[in-house]
Design a protein around this ligand. Structure first.
Ligand SMILES: C[S@@+](CC[C@H](N)C(=O)[O-])C[C@H]1O[C@@H](n2cnc3c(N)ncnc32)[C@H](O)[C@@H]1O
Length: 467
């Protein structure tokens, strides 16, 4: 059947895609409808069609799903950051669980539903993000605005109080916008590569209350007229006399980015106030976080994720452990408190610098870090120093582990493998390979690190089979 652009169709939504669109069928033809929820009967307008599927825009919900809720955020639809805000939290969890189990079965051939413990959900799934990056621009009236890019565009959706960000963001953004208006500091214009302030990065240590503000600017800091006034105003925003973890603005920095690029942060950092880093704790381990450091964005759930990984590693204090894709050593340091020795591997040199600094900060000495690709460092180390290894923990990016990395893990014969994954499709692919080489899933757990988004984190514990 031919579907003209603009045709109205009725679709019953049966699933959600990997990018958050509702999925339904008419006469065997698959439709993707953004903002539709599983169980909705919707009227949608055809936008684009391919051979066997098409995209349609939600016009009206004819019969709402029993799980449809009114998104509490006024810009939920246009912003695109929270793809599942119109679905109640319990249903989101069910959807994420199904997605993971389906992928494990379909891609990995692994039926392990009964080995999984219940998902670790959030008691209060709001205001959980410790980091936000707000683009700065102007609206049609020429007023300076801050917000988020609308999904897949560079149109700024004005938003002062994102419901998954910390409440302090709104006051900080307001203070910076007022300063910019008063001092004639212009927002960056990416069309002409002119103007000054491109983004505002805000990070908060949930345990310490320390807040960092980093302005990404298109020029040297000397061009930020009145920056000393901005510093004074920002640091006066929060009460300094409250209890220990009362929010405190402790660091203000500028990142200079004069490139015509989509990359947010520039290469040069200039500190305007404070030590240039904030400190936060995850459980008993403290971390130094710079504007450039990778640090998990949901600290409440990160602690639960790391505790689960630690539990699955079954450490007694005598084990040798590898932590592959270790970032700034967050899991490495968690594991090191219960192991004899932990080796961390990470591709980004600056993250390894942070990892070493964090080890020192915590007085942890039984760790060693390597900079490089896991698929190169691990085989090299295994060849030059083939000491027995008890546990290997992996936490790769979405694309999963490289084949050479998996081969070496198998050759090293650890007793246990703990796989932390943010993409259940590549997790399933890699577990299949490990399963074909003597490892079986012993237990697993999902941790909801990103409520209202389609993403879900998984921890899987594998044991070497006795052959
Ligand atoms: C999902 S993050 C995990 C970071 C860390 N485990 C944590 O919890 O904060 C994945 C990390 O793998 C790193 N990475 C990506 N490809 C890599 C590779 N081939 N070898 C080693 N590290 C890699 C990334 O830079 C990133 O820090």
């Amino acid at each position: 059947m031919l579907w003209e652009k603009g045709t109205k169709i009725q679709v019953k939504i049966e699933d959600i895609s990997d990018t958050g669109e509702g999925i339904g069928k008419t006469d065997g033809f698959t439709w993707f409808v953004k903002d539709a929820v599983i169980g909705d009967l919707v009227e949608a307008k055809v936008m684009k069609t391919k051979k066997s599927y098409g995209f349609a825009r939600l016009e009206q919900v004819l019969e709402p799903s029993p799980h449809r809720v009114l998104p509490p955020c006024p810009v939920a639809r246009s912003c695109g950051g929270c793809q599942l805000q119109a679905m109640d939290y319990e249903e989101q969890a069910r959807f994420k669980e199904n997605k993971v189990f389906n992928n494990l079965l379909r891609i990995g051939g692994i039926d392990c539903k009964e080995l999984f413990e219940p998902m670790i959900k959030m008691d209060n799934p709001w205001h959980y993000r410790n980091k936000a990056q707000f683009p700065v621009g102007k609206n049609k009236e020429g007023k300076i605005i801050t917000g988020f890019y609308a999904g897949r565009t560079h149109t700024i959706i004005e938003c002062e109080d994102c419901l998954i960000g910390v409440p302090e963001n709104a006051r900080i953004l307001n203070c910076i916008r007022t300063y910019m208006e008063e001092y004639g500091i212009l927002p960056y214009d990416e069309e002409t590569n002119t103007g000054m302030v491109r983004h505002i990065l805000i990070r908060k240590g949930f345990q310490t209350g320390q807040i960092m503000v980093c302005l990404v600017i298109n020029g040297p800091t000397e061009q930020m007229r009145g920056s000393e006034v901005l510093v004074k105003r920002l640091t006066a925003l929060f009460d300094k006399t409250g209890p220990e973890n009362t929010p405190q603005l402790t660091t203000i920095a500028c990142s200079i980015n004069q490139e015509k690029t989509n990359v947010i942060m520039g290469k040069e950092l200039v500190n305007l106030y404070g030590p240039g880093v904030i400190i936060d704790w995850i459980g008993p381990v403290q971390y130094r976080i710079s504007p450039l450091s990778f640090y998990q964005v949901n600290p409440v759930q990160t602690q639960r994720l790391y505790e689960t990984a630690l539990e699955y590693a079954e450490l007694t204090g005598t084990e040798t452990v590898w932590d592959l894709y270790c970032g700034i050593g967050t899991i490495t340091l968690f594991l090191a408190r219960k192991a004899k020795k932990v080796y961390g591997v990470e591709i980004i040199p600056q993250a390894i610098e942070d990892a070493c600094a964090n080890a020192k900060l915590n007085g942890i000495e039984n760790v060693e870090f390597f900079t490089g690709k896991a698929e190169e460092v691990l085989p090299e180390q295994f060849e030059s120093n083939p000491v027995p290894v008890d546990v290997i923990v992996v936490d790769p990016p979405r694309k999963g582990c490289d084949a050479r990395c998996l081969e070496t893990i198998i050759a090293m014969e650890p007793k246990r493998i703990v796989y932390i994954s943010c993409d259940s499709a590549t997790l399933a692919r890699d577990l299949k390979v490990l399963g074909e080489h003597g490892y079986e899933v012993a237990r697993g757990r999902m941790v909801d690190m990103f409520p209202w988004s389609i993403h879900i984190e998984c921890v899987v514990g594998m044991q070497r089979k006795h052959i």
